[in-house]
Structure formats: structure tokens, C-alpha cells
Design a protein around this ligand. Structure first.
Ligand code: ADP
Ligand code: ZN
Length: 216
């Protein structure tokens, strides 16, 4: 089985949803830099205060901050059995740093799963997205409703709309994706690590396709 996985794709492509499914079924550690920053913001730490100023406007948190955070997380013992990176790397310096870190800790990246999605659908997904305040599980007001309105199916936590899930911040996030993150597809393709999937097929089909690919 392939482990040590990177999930890539534009905001709204379904990385978080897929990560939660894969984590359960394959017993991998889920590392979402977005979730880590949101936890820091909730806990009002120094990191949180710094991150909030970038995140709420749709900008990327500076590379040195993000790289340091991921390096520390990946070095922890629970990542030995395999990890799922969700939202990292997002820039070329991050990708290069990750190659170094992976070498240092002898946990090489084995595959990069890329989720393709069209822009209109991204906007629809993000503008209707609700997230659990406790566990980060994603929902959608039309197409992925919780059983009880406003309440997380998984943990009972309250659902809320992220500050950066508005039209203005989303526009900025998509621009960052195109100029800084999308070029990484080429980078990983050259390393023969890239495998793309169409995320418009729906989350169950996507999950089946990706799982079978990872298991072969
Ligand atoms: P999405 O994939 O929906 O855009 P994430 O939860 O992955 O959202 O990230 C939310 C925000 O956190 C990003 O817009 C960015 O500001 C910050 N962030 C997350 N990961 C990174 C990263 N690798 N580098 C820089 N900023 C990041
Ligand atoms: Zn929850």
C-alpha cells in the first residue's frame, strides 16, 4: 500500500472530506495545515494571531512559519505508519523543504493525489460550506447536510462558516492556488509521484477510486 501521501487541489476540491474518509479506512495520520492554524487561532496562541491575519484575507501564511510547523509534526512518532498531508505543500519552497524533511526522517513521499474540479463548482462548494468547530468535519448546506441542522454528525459540535469562506477571500485563495500551488503539479509529475482524479464524480466514488489506487 502507498502511504506518506500528499493531497493537492484547489480550495473546495474536497481534500478535507477525502482525507477524513482515508484516515478512517487506512489508519493514516491526517495533517491539515489549515486545521492546525485554525486550532491555533481558537487557542489564541502567538501562532494563531499571526496566522489569522493572513488566513482571513485569503492569503498564505509565510513559508518559514508553515514549514516549521509541518516539520515538527511529521517528526512525531505517530507518523511512522503513514501520513496524509492536506493543504501542504502549497508553494515551491514548501515542496522543496518537504523533500528535505522527508529525507531527514526517512519517510519519503510515495504519492501525490491531485483532485481536479472546475471553478464554478469550487465557488458553489465553498460558499455553502459549513465546518464543525470541534473536529473540523466539513458539510454543505445543500449537498452534504448534517442529520440535524447546525450540528456535527460525528461529534455533536456546532457548525460554523469559516471567515475565509466568503467571495472576496475565496477570489484571493484561488489566485494563490493558480500562481503558487498549481505549478507544484508539474514538480511532482517530474518526480513521477503525481496521480490526478476528477473530484466532480462525488465523494463516495472518489473515495473508492483513490482507495483502490493506494492499495494496489
Ligand atoms: P482550503 O483548502 O479550503 O483553502 P485550508 O483549510 O487548507 O483551506 O487552509 C486555509 C488557509 O490556511 C489558507 O487559505 C492559508 O491561509 C492557510 N494555509 C493552510 N495551509 C497553508 C500552507 N501550506 N501554506 C501557507 N498557508 C497555508
Ligand atoms: Zn465534529
Amino acid at each position: 500500500m502507498l502511504k506518506n501521501i500528499i493531497l493537492m487541489g484547489p480550495p473546495g476540491a474536497g481534500k478535507g472530506t477525502l482525507a477524513k474518509q482515508l484516515k478512517e479506512s487506512l489508519n493514516l495520520v491526517h495533517i491539515s495545515t489549515g486545521d492546525m492554524f485554525r486550532d491555533a487561532i481558537k487557542a489564541q496562541t502567538e501562532l494563531g494571531k499571526l496566522a489569522a491575519s493572513y488566513i482571513n484575507a485569503g492569503h498564505l501564511v509565510p513559508d518559514d512559519v508553515t514549514i516549521g510547523l509541518v516539520k515538527e509534526r511529521l517528526s512525531q512518532k505517530d507518523c511512522e505508519g503513514g501520513f496524509l498531508l492536506d493543504g501542504f505543500p502549497r508553494t515551491l519552497p514548501q515542496a522543496e523543504a518537504l523533500q528535505e524533511i522527508a529525507k531527514e526522517i526517512s519517510r519519503p513521499i510515495e504519492v501525490v493525489i491531485n483532485l481536479d474540479c472546475d471553478n464554478a463548482e469550487l465557488v458553489r462548494r465553498i460558499s455553502g460550506r459549513r465546518v464543525c468547530k470541534n473536529c473540523g468535519a466539513p458539510y454543505h448546506i445543500d449537498s452534504m447536510k448534517p442529520k440535524v441542522e447546525g450540528v456535527c454528525d460525528l461529534c455533536g459540535g456546532p457548525l460554523y462558516q469559516r471567515k475565509d469562506d466568503n467571495e472576496e477571500a475565496l477570489k484571493v485563495r484561488l489566485e494563490h492556488y493558480v500562481s503558487e500551488t498549481k505549478p507544484l503539479l508539474d514538480y511532482y509529475d517530474k518526480l513521477s509521484l503525481l496521480k490526478s482524479f476528477n473530484s466532480l464524480t462525488g465523494k463516495e466514488i472518489l473515495f473508492d477510486e483513490v482507495s483502490s489506487y493506494l492499495k494496489k
